[in-house]
Ligand binder design. Structure first.
Ligand code: NDP
Ligand code: GDR
Length: 365
């Protein structure tokens, strides 16, 4: 039985990847940091009683800022594959916590690579590093491929730049099977509530159900290449199954402005949105309604711009070129943006219908 260790197992990607690896027959170990409340909602359905003889899913307390802890977990679990998904992953928040972000996202990756060396596991353990399209930052060329130069634009992206290159360096210096997946934005119903797609689908659901009046967003012009996390974790696994370790871009090749995603999400509840005004004065209101089953009114102002959500330096345009992944890995996404958006809005409607809460309006992020 193959053994995998996933850092960040209770995050969006960790949950989908754990599910995939369990389906493939792996023993899955996960690193989870201690929190004052239990925050394993995304993986609760995978829980197995550790007292059972045939347990294939186990969590370990750990933190990317603690080398001794990571060394001990790797020694105890002896993984064939490590997926390093743990990170302070919010770009805007990284401007508030730059030093911590560098430590967890940058040096954290070094700690894992060193642990493999210290334990003499160079020939046994393969490692996947969760690299990101944020590395491209300020546009140098489009679409962005494995050969496009990097120009990071946030403390998060700079930390991930270190992690990218230290992964490449350990591959070249010590012959480690270490790979970067340069993944473009990927979303799902499990996406954190303060990333823009989920923030929008939650707000649309709450507004449609009459629990909230409007939402506040930042830069509506930003364009992202959005895919589904379920498709992207399959690519992570494929990347570690190849004969030679290499880096891959994972993307859909289609880019969409935030404003369009807002329209798409409202269309799921039968509302057509029109935007008027410019910059901080831009507003989105309901132009027409085709589904009268929701609490929506023609003319209702549903989107306002709050500069608090602007970033000191922004990444305006991301569009990836997944040709290498498609040809070498045989990777093909099953979802497109409309099907992703549909699933997210439906899921948020269901959540609100089950659990009527009204305090979401001013979620930060
Ligand atoms: P999430 O924010 O959903 O999950 C991040 C995970 O990392 C959580 O489990 C979190 O734990 C954990 N974590 C954070 N800091 C630490 C730490 N110091 N020690 C241990 N664990 C920690 O991210 P995603 O699942 O969306 O992303 C997975 C990875 O892929 C991240 O590294 C992200 O930067 C990267 N990435 C994501 C993309 C995306 O579009 N989703 C695109 C490209 C890269 P807790 O719940 O306690 O906070
Ligand atoms: P991103 O994702 O920064 O691309 O990082 P996010 O969803 O946070 O932002 C995408 C774009 O939307 C704009 N935006 C807003 N963003 C947020 N969060 N909240 C808002 O109100 C808002 N209004 C507009 C942003 O300015 C940005 O341009 C994600 C993370 O998962 C990273 O960890 C990962 O590496 C990259 O994707 C690829």
């Amino acid at each position: 039985m193959k053994i995998a260790l996933i850092t960040g197992i209770n995050g969006q990607d960790g949950a989908y990847l754990a599910e995939l690896l369990l389906e493939k027959g792996y023993m899955v170990h996960g690193v989870k940091r201690r929190s004052s409340l239990i925050n394993t909602d995304r993986i609760d359905h995978l829980y197995q009683d550790p007292h059972d003889a045939n347990v294939r899913f186990k969590l370990h307390y750990g933190d990317m800022t603690d080398s001794t802890n990571l060394i001990r977990i790797i020694q105890e679990t002896q993984p064939d594959e490590i997926y390093n998904l743990a990170a302070m992953s919010h770009v805007k928040v990284s401007f508030d916590t730059p030093e911590y972000t560098a430590n967890a996202d940058g040096i954290g990756t070094l700690r894992l690579l060193e642990a493999i060396r210290i334990l003499g596991l160079e020939k046994k353990t393969r490692i996947y590093q969760a690299s990101t399209s944020e590395l491209y930052g300020l546009v140098q060329e489009v679409p962005q491929s494995e050969k496009t130069p990097f120009y990071p634009r946030s403390p998060y992206a700079v930390a991930k730049l270190y992690a990218y290159w230290i992964t490449v360096n350990y591959r070249e210096a010590y012959n480690l099977y270490a790979c970067n997946g340069i993944l473009f934005n990927h979303e799902s119903p499990l996406r954190g509530e303060t990333f823009v797609t989920r923030k929008i689908t939650r707000a649309v659901a709450a507004i449609a159900l009459g629990l909230q009046q409007k939402m506040y967003l930042g830069n509506l012009d930003a364009r992202r290449d959005w895919g589904h996390a379920k498709d992207y974790v399959k690519a992570m696994w494929l990347i570690l199954q190849q004969e030679t370790p290499e880096d891959y871009v994972i993307a859909t090749g289609i880019t969409t402005p935030v404003r369009e995603f807002v329209k798409m999400a409202f269309a799921e509840v039968g509302a057509e949105i029109e935007f008027t005004g410019e910059g901080v004065d831009e507003k989105g209101f309901i132009k027409s309604i085709t589904n009268s089953g929701f609490s929506l009114k023609v003319g209702q102002e549903v989107v306002l711009v709050d500069p608090a959500y602007f970033r000191p330096t922004e990444v305006e345009l991301l569009i990836g070129d997944p040709t290498k992944a498609k040809t070498k890995l045989g990777w093909e996404p099953e979802y497109n943006l409309p099907s992703l958006c549909k699933e997210m809005v439906a899921s948020d409607l269901e959540i609100f219908r089950k659990d009527d809460k009204t305090q979401w309006e001013h979620l930060a992020g």
